[in-house]
Design a protein around this ligand. Structure first.
Ligand code: PLP
Length: 313
């Protein structure tokens, strides 16, 4: 997706013009992948706009940084205010928000501890959902997800996305929309940038954090919604073949939102159409983010931005 520039980017506590948010080629992150980041959506609702689950995203950023011994120097509240400031200053909604922290220009060598930590927050337009979800045709990747105790999956680190890039490129080159990776033991893990859910016999199954998945915030949102709808949710390791016999399958993620899977390895998931449980969750999710249903979990942080009206689903 091409990037549309906005006016300002937040850097270490102040706003600077978009074009000035540049780093030196000798920055540690360029050589050793030492970054942690977030991806957040700001949705529009009738008469306003709101950032989705802002606190949880910024807490995950702090968690990722902690795993990599990267002191950010801001509290979760300060980081949330910074996101509100930059979104309001740029006046763009709906949008995507990209906070990132990394080891900057300091020393050469793998050890990051003597290189400074720089934090940036950018945002740019990203449209509202357009109805007409026919589902995704996906494959099981020949690449495995990160093995335990190698690259920590719970850290949303830039370097993890080298693995995601392999999964995604292979899928697209072979004519699929996305790839699902197995973990190192052959159990289902997740997509290159999405968590995975299956439905069978009225129960929702999703892969647990120990199967090398990111602790997705949309995943958590969908589990919350399912429980409220009275649908049982089980987090357990899932064998690969479970996906071929599922009644329904779907991805969740900030980018994917709730996307049903039409086929896996060219095998239709049931009849390939979005099933009733996915549909119920999809309607709840989009109902809340688009402001058509009450925000009963306080998932939206309001931002004062002139907005386009949301698209109803
Ligand atoms: C590898 C991976 N898994 C899952 C997700 C979904 O997480 P979230 O719902 O927090 O966007 C993402 C997206 O951030 C991801 O990159």
């Amino acid at each position: 997706m091409p990037i549309t520039a906005t006016k300002n980017i937040w850097k270490n506590g102040s706003l600077l013009p978009w074009e000035e948010a540049q780093i030196h080629v000798m920055s540690h992150v360029i050589h050793y992948g030492s970054s942690v980041f977030e991806g957040i959506r700001c949705y529009t609702q009738p008469g306003g706009a709101g950032v989705f689950r802002l606190t949880e995203h910024m807490q995950r950023l702090l968690d990722s940084a902690r795993i990599y011994r990267m002191p950010l120097g801001y509290t979760v509240e300060q980081l949330c205010s910074a996101v509100v400031d930059v979104v309001e200053a740029n006046g763009v909604a709906p949008c995507y928000v990209r906070p990132i922290a990394f080891r900057g220009y300091g020393e050469i060598g793998v050890n990051p501890l003597k290189s400074p930590v720089d934090g940036y927050i950018a945002n740019f337009p990203w449209g509202t959902y357009v109805p007409g979800n026919d589902g995704a045709d996906v494959c099981i990747s020949s690449w495995n997800r990160l093995a335990p105790n190698t690259m920590p999956s719970l850290a949303k680190a830039g370097a993890n996305y080298m693995n995601s890039q392999l999964i995604r490129m292979e899928a697209e080159i072979n004519g699929y929309d996305e790839g699902i990776a197995l973990d190192v033991n052959g159990y289902l893990s997740e997509g290159s940038g999405e968590n995975l859910f299956l439905v069978r016999g009225g129960t929702i199954y999703t892969t647990p954090l120990a199967n090398s998945v990111l602790s997705g915030i949309t995943r958590d949102s969908v589990i919350t919604l399912a429980k409220q709808l009275g649908i049982p949710v089980v987090e357990q390791s899932l064998p690969r073949e479970m996906i071929y016999i599922a009644d329904e399958a779907f991805f969740t993620g900030t980018a994917a939102e709730v996307t049903h899977l039409r086929s896996v390895d060219r095998v239709l998931v049931a009849d390939g159409k979005m099933g009733p449980i996915t549909t119920a969750l999809y309607e709840e999710f989009f109902g809340i983010v688009n402001g058509l249903k009450p925000d009963r979990y306080n998932w939206l942080t309001p931002v004062k931005v002139k907005t386009a009206e949301p698209v109803a689903v």
